[in-house]
Design a protein around this ligand. Structure first.
Ligand code: GRG
Length: 328
């Protein structure tokens, strides 16, 4: 069982990200998310032991929990309590967990490792991993449509959020982006193609995580429009940062054969070179922070997360990854 006594970090009122302890905030938020996920996944005792072990293995231990943290941060910014946000934040993470399990399967990315440990199919076999992913995806919608879990959220809003998350996970979002990615493998992708893949495969779920939080918090029309632009910039920035880190570090522990595979894939550094990729990331960082600016001190956690997403990729020093057509 998880230690669930940690209090959620909650909304803050800090003047600038300088005095903000992001590591402490992330640790607290991710512990409360882990506890909630543990509760949601722990309610089916005694049946299908192997499937449940495979499902849990896909979620625990987790990664950064960045998507549900964004849902909490976006919702708390507008005053929503964590209890209102949590089922939706967890649903977003369940979908992320499913996508990673399926992405690692031999039919897709064929990775043996995930977060430095054997991938789900390496432990439970391909069939069970496929089902564990299916289970996580389905449970996300089971959870959001559970009237006990979402008590206090207006039914019409629940329905709208289910619709929004389904859109982000579906053929115009995560699944569609993954399909485009698959088709672009080993081909000469142009910048427009890379951006569409990134926006759908990675950006859509990040955007939905943020918008869902903001909507649960009761953001007004123009505030939601700002949060939407913020989420779009951040979603793309997240993937470009990931591309840059992959390009310069072929031994990142989270991927099996990252260096080789990412060079076959449509990535930002491959198409425009690492210098321009970093330039684009920097622009996206500025654009996203600008959207948060009018929200003042309440947006400090989101601003700090945003800076952190870009920081490692922007501070990278080794620029030896060639753009298409450049000599290596
Ligand atoms: C199988 C439908 C389907 C989609 C798969 C998630 C995904 C789409 C592919 C994984 C590989 C990849 C490059 C995804 C881009 C998004 C990304 C950087 C995922 C990793 O997210 P993090 O860094 O992971 O938040 P942690 O481990 O922290 O949870």
């Amino acid at each position: 069982m998880l230690e669930c006594a940690v209090k959620p970090a909650g909304p803050m009122n800090l003047p600038s990200t300088d005095g903000f302890d992001l590591d402490d905030y992330l640790r607290r938020q991710s512990l409360t998310i882990d506890c909630a996920l543990d509760g949601f996944l722990g309610k089916y005792p005694g049946v299908q032991q192997t499937l449940f072990r495979a499902v849990r293995y896909g979620i625990f231990p987790g990664g950064k929990r960045i998507r549900p943290i964004l849902t909490l941060a976006a919702g708390e910014l507008f005053g929503a309590p964590a209890s209102r946000l949590m089922p939706f934040a967890c649903a977003v993470e369940l979908i992320h967990g499913y996508s990673l399990i399926h992405d690692d399967l031999p039919a897709l990315d064929d990775d043996d490792l995930r977060r430095g440990e054997p991938a789900n199919h390496k432990v439970f076999g391909e069939g069970m991993a496929l089902l564990a992913g299916d289970g996580l995806l389905t449970e996300a919608f089971h959870l959001m449509s559970d009237r006990d879990a979402t008590r206090g959220v207006e039914p019409e809003l629940v329905l709208a959020l289910i619709h929004e998350l389904a859109h982000a996970a579906g053929v115009m979002g995560l699944v569609g982006g993954q399909a485009l990615d698959l088709e672009a493998e080993d081909k000469e992708a142009d910048l427009a193609t890379v951006e569409v893949i990134h926006v759908r495969k990675t950006g859509a779920l990040i955007l939905a995580a943020i918008r869902i939080g903001a909507r649960l918090g009761g953001a007004g029309e123009s505030e939601l429009a700002s949060m939407t632009r913020y989420g779009e910039y951040l979603g793309l920035a997240f993937q470009i940062a990931d591309d840059i880190l992959d390009a310069r570090d072929e031994d990142r522990p989270s991927r099996g054969e990252t260096g080789y595979k990412e060079q076959k894939k449509a990535t930002y550094p491959l198409v425009v070179g690492i210098v321009q990729a970093r330039q684009r990331l920097s622009e996206l960082l500025q654009s996203s922070l600008r959207e948060l600016d009018p929200l003042g001190a309440r947006a400090v956690p989101l601003a700090a997360i945003t800076r952190r997403v870009a920081a490692r990729a922007l501070s990278a020093q080794s620029d030896n990854f060639p753009a298409k057509g450049e000599a290596s």
